[in-house]
Design a protein around this ligand. Structure first.
Ligand SMILES: Cc1ncc(COP(=O)(O)O)c(C=O)c1O
Length: 403
């Protein structure tokens, strides 16, 4: 387009667009271009292309006329059924078909949560640091976010209780608490059972919704499964979001939202798309064949080794004063540099040497996290992880003494 056409509608932009600076269109990194320890992408080689092709053929043979048709905005009923079976079997969560909404990934589920609960200026409590998608969506909906720090057992309940009491004293009714209780992004921390129960008690006491983002539940490398908040909630205050992006295929971008049937009924009116009927049929076929469970087992094996390679390499390569988290699952390790260091300086140098990571600042609502790096272990293979951490270690060793 010529410049005049480019600017044609700029003066008509919504407040949302005006508040959102344009960003680059970032393609998925190619392993041959750099060692990416940045985005939480799944391992490219284990994406189940052959099994998905077979499931696609079966879906078209069996249900072609419906798979290629418009459908209900709740999503394909056959997929809702398969998801209910999986959630009951693996996650200990028994839900009825009316409690499930199929979405375009957990990202759309979060967007719908905000559409359902947030008016501009409403207060939201969120663990911090957190998933950058949550930072983005709460900003877009103009929520007033109160960040709650984490310790190794997840969100700090003493501080959460203090903030809830202070908000109440000011006459503010917060709408929701956003949490990733299992293998948190970016720290990898998991909230133990006793804290989950206490958190639900607090939510009940202050009548606040709890949004449980569970993108990494199935990627456990050690330890026992802990009941989900949604499975422990007896007050109907939790909304649960999940995704097939990390455990099946991110390119399909299919996820789900579980909540009270009345909320789902509202959301099916707010949301007009039918969550991709065609892919819904494909995913349901794939799950029904049993191939999904064996894929998950294979993935956990691969990711466990990568996670261990990451931790080993950090222990070998990082200089004194650098700290990192150790988790039992998920994709991330959160690194903290000594006081006065700046991860974005390291990032520029790392990129020049072919290594990429996420700077900590984008995991905070207010730009903190300057001393942090988020490292992902699911995308690069073990050898690349070791090489990448060796390069990073060299850069950080050079940099740290000069601070
Ligand atoms: C905690 C968390 N929630 C949600 C998502 C997004 O999931 P989806 O790909 O289904 O939109 C991610 C992706 O990185 C994530 O880390």
């Amino acid at each position: 387009m010529v410049q005049a056409q480019e600017n044609g509608i700029a003066s008509l932009y919504s407040d949302l667009v005006r508040r959102t600076p344009p960003g680059p269109r970032t393609p998925a990194p190619r392993p041959q271009d750099c060692i990416s320890l940045a985005g939480g992408l799944p391992d490219p080689k284990s994406l189940p292309a052959r099994e998905i092709a077979a499931a696609t053929a079966r879906a078209l043979e069996r249900h072609g006329e419906w798979a290629l048709q418009y459908g209900a905005s709740q999503g394909y009923a056959g997929l809702i059924e398969q998801l209910r079976i999986k959630l009951a079997r693996d996650n200990g969560l028994d839900v009825g078909p009316d409690n499930v909404l199929i979405t375009a990934g957990a990202s759309q589920a979060m967007d719908l949560v905000c559409r359902a609960l947030i008016n501009p200026g409403d207060t939201v409590l969120s663990e911090e640091p957190t998933w950058q998608g949550a930072v983005r969506v709460f900003r877009a909906y103009q929520a007033n976010v109160v960040g709650i720090p984490l310790d190794t057992e997840g969100v700090r309940l003493d501080i959460l209780a203090e903030r809830l009491a202070a908000l109440k004293a000011q006459g503010v009714q917060p709408k929701l608490i956003y949490l990733i209780p299992t293998f948190q992004n970016p720290t990898g921390f998991t909230m133990p059972l006793h804290r989950r129960r206490q958190l639900l008690d607090l939510a009940k006491q202050y009548h606040v919704a709890v949004v449980e983002d569970d993108a990494y539940f199935d990627l456990r490398y050690a330890g026992e499964r802990i009941p989900m908040l949604s499975a422990l909630d007896d007050a109907g205050l939790t909304i649960y979001t999940g995704t097939f992006s990390k455990i099946m295929a991110a390119g399909m971008r299919i996820g789900w939202l579980i909540g009270p049937a009345s909320l789902i009924a509202h959301l099916t009116q707010i949301k007009h798309d039918s969550s991709n009927m065609f892919l819904g049929h494909v995913v349901a076929e794939y799950m029904a064949s049993g191939a999904f469970e064996s894929h998950l087992t294979e993935l956990v094996g691969i990711y466990r080794q990568r996670h261990e390679a990451m931790l080993d390499a950090l222990a070998t390569e990082m200089p004194e004063g650098v700290e990192w988290t150790v988790s039992n699952g998920g994709s991330f390790t959160w690194v903290t540099l000594p006081e006065g260091c700046d991860a974005t300086t390291i990032l520029a140098e790392a990129r020049a040497h072919g290594v990429d990571f996420v700077p900590g600042t984008i995991c905070y609502y207010d730009g903190r996290g300057q001393r942090n790096l988020r490292l992902c272990s699911s995308f690069a293979d073990e050898e690349a992880i070791r090489r990448g951490i060796a390069i990073l270690g060299g850069i950080i060793r050079e940099y740290v003494p000069h601070r």
